[in-house]
Design a protein around this ligand. Structure first.
Ligand code: 7RM
Length: 651
């Protein structure tokens, strides 16, 4: 952290808002001033921009650590994202522009999207899904994924989207934790030219999910129905999406939902092996994502907004689906990889669809830097007017590269800090208002309070410390699904009375935030949160493994990479085949995003006398550094042997 701190301290470049941008920006200085006067009144004003079926009685009820926003209010999220746009000029506007990886394209207007959502909602009702029931969505990035989410919202059902890259076992565990009644999937998805057999994975998951009564299958492959290799349909349980929808009417009244009713559960990694079901409710969440979309991305009627996240992550929920559609925006969605078929795919998409606002992750930007400027250079990117970054700290070099080679030096960059738990953007510049500094997420969004504290929990105003949120905010998680104790323990116990985000940060002399990354056992690999414990538990489930310790090491492109130190059971031999087998095992248990980059076999792991694995030393080894304090080790020889082994591998 110290090395990071000192490099950031040298960052002196300043980027004031371009005057032309400021002249027509959605946000102005006044937004901060009105929010400063009264946070609750500010959020109530933002909530009034939505359509409410019944107004709220009270803006906020705060019984720490539980908040209720817009108490007594009733609304429907799908009506806010669709119906209210149908009476005016947005009726025939493109809501979703979709491109599949193989190059197939579809455009759905607001009218089209509303029709499909209503039909899907009717189909879900027919399958017995009612208000409060959970529906799991395990899909590639196709329009039906967004339609499925909005259809759940329309009938007050709770969705749990499970990233299409997760393994059957991850799907099973998430479905079981939420006791989902219905699973919506697709026969397949496309990634880097490969066909991912999603339905086959869903079948493997459903072998162990007693709560699932029905499975709905979107036909993604042309002519895919009847291709048994991709979708074997179980009579009575499985249904083709297109057949169900064909039989439904396009009339479906939105179900009035309480502001505090659940909108979705989204599972995220924590410091233990078991993912946490983050619970988001309706009124506050929609208020925050709609307001942040409007002011942070400055959306105008003619914009084409492309947030490159998958809907399996919170960024896809808040800034592919709910925030932009609540604002009547045109959203681009792209199914596949950035380097398929060539490394210029993103730039060809920007050019072809005239993307104006692009929101992506530092890991992608670093990959683009490595691939070279010739790829964006081949395309006309002059439609772009604003760029965003999210998911991990963006290093100043990547920021400058993004600004220069993608933004043509003219586009402001919004570096947005937030989490699955916060629901929406929390710390960010406002384009047209904030002077940015490369590498800093700048200051809290209006109506949000962030405070830096030291290890004792005392608020500090400069230097390094822990990022905490002392006040409730509308989009905050309400609890962990069916585990309120874990909610209290995880977020509210380290610094009593404050939400602790798990991130270390620094405040500079201008009050700007520099987020340094996770300080707990959660890694950030290519913008995705992975709990080291999750990977360790997957490894020890392998029949050859006795013990495993997983640490993150700095990685040029991914931010962090996973290094696993593994002790084998007696009689097992450390071979390179076994390494491959262990990597495949983790992929099967969790998914490819958790696949370890390095595996080291070791007869012992460095432990304290009380038996705790000293991950700090393993990290020193994995990063090729001199070992830190080793005085508490039970057997110092263990680390020196490991270090030698590591250096041999390097040499
Ligand atoms: C939106 C999302 C959350 C964690 C968070 C941070 C890191 C996210 C930034 C960032 C520095 C940023 N949700 N993080 N955005 N770090 N600057 N702009 O990523 O739940 O998956 O991850 O990601 O560590 O705690 S998430």
């Amino acid at each position: 952290m110290d090395a990071q701190l000192s490099t950031l301290l040298f960052e002196q470049r300043r980027f004031p808002p371009p005057p032309e941008f400021a002249a027509s920006a959605n946000a102005g200085e006044a937004l901060y001033r009105s929010a400063e006067r009264d946070h609750e009144a500010f959020w109530a004003e933002q909530a009034r921009a939505l359509h409410w079926i019944r107004p709220w009685d009270r803006v906020l009820e705060w019984n720490p650590p539980h908040a209720k926003w817009f108490v007594g209010g009733k609304l429907n999220v799908s009506a806010n994202c669709l119906d209210r746009h149908l009476d005016g000029p947005l009726r025939n506007k493109a809501a979703l522009i979709w491109e599949g990886e193989p190059g197939d394209r579809r455009v759905l207007t607001y009218w089209d999207l509303a029709r499909e959502v209503r039909k899907a909602a009717n189909a879900l009702k027919r399958l017995g899904v009612g208000k409060g029931d959970r529906v799991a969505i395990y899909m590639p990035l196709v329009p039906e994924a967004a339609i499925a989410m909005l259809a759940c919202a329309r009938i007050g059902a709770v969705h749990s989207v499970i990233f299409g890259g997760f393994s059957a076992e991850s799907v099973r565990d998430r479905v079981n934790d939420a006791e989902a009644k219905v699973l919506i999937t697709a026969d397949a998805g496309y990634r880097r030219g490969q066909v991912l057999p999603l339905k086959r994975m869903a079948d493997a998951a459903m072998a162990g999910t007693p709560s699932i009564r029905h499975c709905v299958v979107v036909r993604r492959r042309p002519g895919g129905e009847g291709d048994e290799a991709f979708a074997q349909m179980t009579e009575g349980r499985d249904h083709w999406w297109h057949r169900l929808l064909d039989a439904e009417s396009a009339e479906c009244e939105p179900t009035p939902v309480d502001a505090e009713d659940l909108l979705f559960i989204l599972y995220t990694s924590g410091t233990t092996g078991k993912p946490k079901g983050i619970v988001h409710t309706t009124g506050g969440y929609l208020t925050q994502v709609a307001a942040t979309t409007r002011y942070v991305f400055d959306l105008k009627p003619e914009d084409v907004f492309w947030c490159t996240a998958d809907i399996g992550w919170v960024t896809g929920h808040s800034y592919v689906v709910y925030g932009p559609l609540a604002n009547g925006a045109t959203v681009l969605i792209y199914e596949g990889a950035p380097d398929w078929p060539e490394r210029d795919r993103f730039w060809s998409l920007v050019e072809r669809h005239g993307v104006t606002v692009l929101y992506t992750a530092p890991t992608a930007i670093r990959a683009f830097m490595k691939w070279g400027t010739e790829h964006p250079g081949r395309h006309d990117l002059s439609s772009l007017r604003l760029l965003g970054s999210v998911g991990e700290p963006i290093n100043p070099e990547a920021w400058i590269w993004y600004h220069t080679h993608i933004g043509g030096g003219r586009c402001p960059i919004v570096d947005t800090w937030w989490q699955t738990e916060t629901g929406g953007i929390m710390i960010t510049p406002l384009p047209g208002v904030t002077t940015t500094k490369p590498g800093s997420a700048t200051t809290p969004f209006p109506g949000i309070t962030a405070e830096l504290v030291d290890t004792a929990g005392t608020v500090i105003t400069k230097g390094g410390g822990f990022l905490t949120l002392p006040e409730p905010w509308p989009g905050m998680l309400r609890t962990i699904y069916r585990d309120d104790q874990r909610y209290r323990d995880t977020y509210w116990s380290r610094f009593p009375g404050r939400y602790f985000a798990g991130d270390g940060a620094k405040l500079d002399e201008d009050g700007y935030w520099w987020i340094l990354g996770r300080v707990d056992d959660v890694l950030n690999v290519a913008g995705h949160r992975i709990g080291t414990m999750e990977v360790e538990s997957a490894l020890v489930e392998h029949s050859s493994v006795a013990e495993a310790a997983v640490v993150g090491r700095a990685h040029e492109l991914k931010g962090q990479a996973l290094a696993a130190f593994v002790t084998l059971k007696d009689g097992q031999h450390p071979t390179s085949e076994l390494k491959d087998d262990l990597k495949a095992h983790v992929t099967q248990k969790i998914g490819a995003i958790a696949r370890p980059d390095d595996i080291f076999f070791s007869a012992d792991l460095p432990k304290t006398r009380s038996g705790k694995i000293m991950r700090r030393l393993l990290k020193d080894i994995a990063e090729g550094r001199a070992l830190g304090d080793t005085t508490t080790l039970a057997d110092p020889n263990v680390v020196s042997r490991l270090k030698e082994m590591y250096e041999e591998k390097e040499g």
